[in-house]
Design a protein around this ligand. Structure first.
Ligand code: PLP
Length: 424
């Protein structure tokens, strides 16, 4: 019988990795207090929990003017709308990301322009951004993917030269820093998700960091049914003028959970950083594993997922088979997103925009040439779950041992791959 767990052998790890999200009595007490207060929702906006949450979030991230919302998708839509970006404008997005990065511009009425990634970081390639700029381009939407940050020096430089708005998608980058400056405070806007898989979670939720109080007041108005908000933190009541808005407010119960999550966050970040460094020492020794770039400008890393690349030639199979085998060994992992132009969840035809008829060149997916994203998405990328880090050095040792074991049995993995291909 094979040694590989996926072929019936003994798994590397039998003990489950720790669950997410974590909780204790503090969460129960915080939610109970909100229930007893009577102010459960987000109206009037912002409530006391939300006010406290955004104050602490800004402190944690080191800047910006924060507006709390229902999730980390509307944050991006609202950012674009607050910057007057809408119908027919082009917004440049990376090919490797969750579909929200491309659908948010469409919700604002804009056209997502999908560009290739840097294979060393899997984040948007600044050269591809530059090449995609037209006279309709209004914004760049870089994503700090997994545990990486996009090259913000290059992106800000391009944006300034072309007078473009930068919205950082920081759904994976709570606590991350670039040259000591918080992710989400480098561009005009930083968009954060607090959905349940995120490393700072309230179950659901989003925060938009804005560069100026004026942008924050506009965003606050858009998410509070158009009510006017003053350009003074916490962006409360401000005059009579209404804008076109909807209810995207964060609820007080969510903000209360966010406040407790923020208490735990510094220690969790420290532990993840320590364990990631430990992981890298041994993972880099496994034949056929390529670690992504460790950019010294990325001065503090945060770890939504730890993403690395496998060389299919050395593992006998692409990343999907490697991930099946790793999961069978007891190590939670994922192949990651599909390239955006192949991503089945990204369906521009379902939008209210007249696409593809109005902007055919932006939606002819068959004709798009995004080879670096395709290589990462179809062959190479392995997304290791962050719970591996919360299981301490033993958790990391087990994960690396499992990767090394799978690679040692590359020949069996290749047979497995061929059998799967035949069955398809
Ligand atoms: C990169 C990225 N951007 C945006 C989002 C959207 O966040 P939300 O689910 O809070 O809308 C997510 C995840 O959900 C994400 O992973």
């Amino acid at each position: 019988m094979s040694e590989l767990a996926i072929l019936g052998g003994a798994p590397t790890r039998t003990e489950p990795y720790p669950a997410w999200p974590v909780h204790d009595e503090r969460d129960v007490a915080a939610v109970t207090a909100v229930i007893k207060s009577g102010q459960w929702g987000g109206h009037p906006y912002p409530g006391p929990q939300t006010t406290e949450f955004v104050r602490r979030f800004v402190e944690m991230q080191g800047g910006g003017h924060a507006v709390a919302m229902v999730n980390g998708t509307v944050t991006m839509e609202v950012a674009l709308r607050a910057a007057d970006i809408g119908w027919g404008d082009e917004v440049i997005v990376p090919a490797y990301t969750f579909q929200a990065t491309a659908t948010a511009p469409m919700a604002a009425g804009a056209i997502p322009v999908i560009v290739d990634i840097d294979p060393e970081t899997y984040c948007i390639d600044p050269q591809a951004v530059e090449a995609a700029i037209t006279d309709r381009t209004r914004a760049i939407l870089p994503v700090h993917l997994g545990a990486q940050m996009a090259d913000m020096d290059a992106i800000i430089e391009i944006a300034e030269r072309h007078d473009l708005i930068v919205v950082e998608d920081c759904a994976h980058a709570h606590g991350a820093k670039w040259r000591g400056q918080g992710a989400g405070t480098l561009g005009h806007f930083g968009s954060f998700s607090m959905q349940s898989t995120k490393i700072l979670t309230a179950g659901e939720g989003g925060v938009l960091l804005c560069r100026t109080p004026e942008l924050a007041a506009r965003a606050a108005s858009i998410i509070d049914c158009g009510r006017a908000h003053a350009a003074v933190a916490p962006y409360g009541e401000g005059g009579e003028t209404f804008t076109l808005g909807a209810n995207y407010r964060m609820a007080e119960i969510q903000a209360a959970l966010g406040n407790v999550a923020l208490e735990r966050f510094p220690e969790q970040t420290r532990q993840r950083e320590e364990m990631a460094a430990y992981l890298e020492e041994s993972l880099s020794e496994v034949p056929g594993v390529r670690l992504l770039k460790r950019d010294p400008r990325h001065s503090r890393r945060s770890f939504y997922r730890y993403v690395f690349a496998v060389q299919p030639e050395v593992f006998g199979a692409d990343h999907d088979v490697v991930c099946y085998a790793l999961a069978a060994e007891g190590v939670p992992c994922w192949v990651g997103y599909e390239a955006m132009h192949h991503y089945e969840l990204f369906q521009p035809g379902l939008s209210k925009l007249p696409v593809p008829s109005a902007f055919p060149e932006r939606f002819k997916f068959d004709e798009m040439d995004l080879p670096k994203a395709e290589r990462a998405c179809e062959h190479e990328a392995v997304w290791l779950d962050e719970c591996v880090f919360r299981a301490g050095s033993q958790g990391v040792d087990d994960a690396v041992a499992a990767v090394a074991k799978i690679q040692r049995y590359a020949a069996e993995l290749q047979q497995l791959k061929e059998a799967r291909e035949e069955a398809e």
